[in-house]
Design a protein around this ligand. Structure first.
Ligand SMILES: [Cu+2]
Length: 154
C-alpha cells in the first residue's frame, strides 16, 4: 500500500515535469538572406496555444540592401495575400512603402519593416487551431518567393 502511494507520487512528479516542458516558449529566429529574396527558414513548428518568441533578423552585411518584414497569416490565404501586398497601385502610397502591412482579417501577427542591420522580436500565442499558417515578407515584390510556413500542431 505504501509502495503504491509513493509510486503514484512519483508518477505525479513525472507528469508535472512533462507538463512544464510542454509549456515552454517556442523561440524561433529567422534571418533574411544577404543576396536572395528569401528567409533562411522555410518552415518551423509550434504547438497550438504555445507562447512564441519570433525574431526576424535583417543582416547588417546584407548585399541586396532590401528591407524585410514578416507577416503570419491564416491557413490557405498565401495566394490572396500575395496579390494584396503586390498590388502596384500601393507603390504610390509612401505610408505603404514604409510599413507595408495590410488591414486584413487574414493577418494574425507581423513585425515592422526592418532595414539591414535591424532585428525585431515579436511575441504571440500560437493559434489554437492546428494547421499550416503561411508567413511572408510584404515588401513590394518579395512575397511570391519570400515566404514559408508556421506549422501548428496539437
Ligand atoms: Cu523581403
Amino acid at each position: 500500500m505504501k509502495l503504491t502511494a509513493s509510486l503514484s507520487a512519483l508518477a505525479a512528479v513525472a507528469l508535472l515535469s512533462l507538463g512544464s516542458s510542454f509549456a515552454q516558449d517556442a523561440e524561433v529566429k529567422i534571418t533574411a538572406d544577404k543576396i536572395q529574396l528569401a528567409y533562411d527558414t522555410k518552415e518551423f513548428t509550434v504547438k497550438a496555444g504555445q507562447k512564441v518568441k519570433l525574431t526576424l533578423v535583417n543582416p547588417a552585411d546584407s548585399m541586396n540592401l532590401q528591407p524585410h518584414n514578416l507577416l503570419i497569416i491564416k491557413p490557405g490565404k498565401l495566394g490572396a495575400m500575395i496579390a494584396v501586398v503586390n498590388d502596384p497601385t500601393k507603390l504610390s502610397n509612401p505610408n505603404w512603402i514604409n510599413n507595408p502591412v495590410p488591414e486584413s482579417e487574414d493577418l494574425l501577427h507581423h513585425t515592422k519593416l526592418l532595414k539591414p542591420g535591424e532585428t525585431e522580436t515579436i511575441e504571440f500565442t500560437a493559434p489554437a487551431e492546428a494547421g499550416d499558417y503561411p508567413f511572408l515578407c510584404s515588401y513590394i515584390g518579395h512575397a511570391a518567393i519570400m515566404n514559408g510556413v508556421m506549422k501548428v500542431t496539437k
